[in-house]
Design a protein around this ligand. Structure first.
Ligand SMILES: [Zn+2]
Length: 382
């Protein structure tokens, strides 16, 4: 198996100052939250930051990578660093009951294989698609205990918590106490993909950092190192919305693109024909899919439409359709229908729909409304 996709952090210079603070152990806020799209750079940044904070001989270039602390951290076995992830309740005994402690080996393997993990992959890994995957109040109590232990290395004690949006209410309230009354030399580092669903009082007491998408040029370059052609890499980098975890998923599983592509073709056909009944059925069906899939569909549609515009201008020879010759669609026909002003409007509509879906607005309504707007646009063309 190819080694995981790597994005060198030097290519993201906006993080330099923050990472340096960990080296100098200056202004290390005790509660911080990285807000990031699923599959983005939050995990590698968190790992690097913690590495710098605990390394015995850090330099301006970062953690040394060879001291005992660095090696323990690399193996996710540092006694002062704890990893908290949402799980299905009911596992474990005593203090570990309903916590992620029994899953530590899984967490290590999973993160080892997925440096930019997708929450949906973790949930699938747990077999939890139909179950409640959350962080329990017992977990918050465990975090309190872990942070109050004496640090083995005499430095910081760290808890990295993935998906604070999945803390249940009592867990969030218990964790809030820890955020409000921090223990000495502790760092609680939260990684969220859904900032709006994190308890407001926790959010407001954290130092919040928003993690931007990786520039497509940087991501394409990293993808080329995975052995694919620069053209394919550019398509993937765009389709993933600059999120390396999404790009690796698509690279691993090209077939994952087939469904959004077919949905795109269907949606275009329905809206072009002004088939209202078809649109309602389509929206109903897509709204039943997980929210991640709906977002993926919008990303793919937005990218396909950009590709079609570039096809029209001869700036692109192949679109994603070239990867799936069995999907019946004539991209040239649709490309001829698109001009810049319509394209601009369409991208705006897709972006608005994406925001609405992220904000948990009823997807069925968002998608059918999107279709009606497309119908209006196509009608205005004639
Ligand atoms: Zn070190």
């Amino acid at each position: 198996m190819a080694s995981p996709l790597q994005i060198p952090l030097q290519k993201l210079p906006e993080w330099g100052l923050w990472l340096d603070q960990a080296v100098h152990r200056e202004r290390v806020a005790h509660a911080q939250m990285l807000v990031c799209e699923d599959g983005g750079m939050a995990w590698p940044l968190a790992m690097d930051y913690v590495g710098r904070l605990l390394c015995a001989q850090p330099s301006v270039r970062g953690a040394c990578g060879t001291c005992p602390s660095c090696i323990q951290l690399h193996n996710m076995a540092h006694p002062d660093v704890h990893w908290i992830v949402p799980v299905i309740g009911g596992e474990g005994r005593g203090d570990d009951e309903d916590t992620c402690a029994p899953f530590l080996a899984d967490v290590r393997t999973f993160l080892g294989q997925n440096p930019h993990p997708l929450s949906s992959d973790w949930i699938e890994h747990l077999g939890g698609k139909q179950k409640v995957v959350q962080i329990s109040v017992k977990e918050s109590a465990r975090i309190q205990r872990l942070l109050s232990l004496k640090a083995h290395s005499g430095g910081h004690k760290v808890v990295v918590l993935w998906m604070p949006e999945r803390l249940n209410d009592s867990a969030a309230n218990k964790l809030l106490k820890l955020v409000e009354e921090p223990l000495d030399r502790t760092l609680l580092l939260l990684i969220s993909h859904d900032e709006a669903s994190v308890l407001g009082t926790i959010r407001s007491r954290c130092q919040v950092h928003h993690v931007k998408p990786v520039p497509t040029g940087v991501l394409s370059e990293a993808l080329v190192n995975q052995g694919i052609s620069p053209e394919q890499a550019a398509v993937l980098a765009e389709l993933s919305g600059g999120q390396p975890g999404q790009a690796s998923m698509l690279l691993r599983n090209r077939e994952a693109l087939r469904e959004p592509l077919q949905h795109f073709v269907e949606f275009m056909r329905i809206t072009y024909k002004k088939d209202l009944v078809g649109l309602l059925a389509f929206s109903e069906r897509l709204a039943k899919e997980p929210r991640e899939q709906q977002k993926q569909w919008i990303h793919v549609s937005a990218q396909l439409l950009s590709q079609l515009l570039r096809l029209r201008h001869g700036a692109l020879k192949n679109s994603l359709f070239a990867w799936f010759p069995d999907v019946a669609f004539q991209p040239d026909g649709l490309a001829r229908l698109l001009d810049e002003s319509k394209h601009f409007e369409i991208q705006g509509l897709l972006q608005a729909a994406l925001t609405d879906i992220q904000r948990n607005i009823n997807s069925r309504i968002v998608l059918s409304d999107l279709g009606i707007q497309f119908m209006r646009l196509f009608a205005a063309r004639k």
